[in-house]
Ligand binder design. Sequence first.
Ligand code: SF4
Ligand code: SF4
Length: 187
Amino acid sequence: MEQQGEGQLKKRKGTPLLAVMDESCSSCAGSPVCELHCPVEDCINLLYEETPNGGLKPYRVWVDNDKCIGCQMCFSDDSTKVHRHKETGEIFREYAGRYYDSSKRPLEKEEVPKKFQLELIGTESEDRLDKKICPWDAIKMHEFDEGAELSKYFYGPENIKVVNGIYVIDAAEKKRLEEKQSELYGG
Ligand code: SF4
Ligand code: SF4
């Protein structure tokens, strides 16, 4: 049974990491590859910019810091996934299609829980070959507090508008972010 009381809903689960998409993000031309890998709904969001003629075009993605569980699945395709059994609380690890128990013993096929019984709570990296997801290397994983600070250079959720259900950044906010980025990179 889920032990998630109302007061805990906003608490972050999993690893104490946060994904931050930086100025190299191209939005993948409006079809973000990273979003396809993120297991949390509405965590990675496409952001549009206003064009001078009043139109909109894809700009970047922004991460909802309250939703990101730091699982790194948007970052690398080469991590061990850590799952928790929703009923028993047992921990299982998954790598390259194989499942292991909490002491890393490989499981027999009949011991593997059903997918719906498992909740992804994070990932572990064992320094395997790093298969990065982002073609532009725009995703960096940070300790949560440091990442939350840094994310303000790339997207300030409080300054993002919602227009007909899509996220839009206006010219003034874009300029503010670009100034912050040159402060960060000294350029
Ligand atoms: S995969 Fe990289 S470039 Fe594409 S939307 Fe995500 S962060 Fe941006
Ligand atoms: S670290 Fe996990 S939860 Fe956070 S944005 Fe990436 S895929 Fe989504």
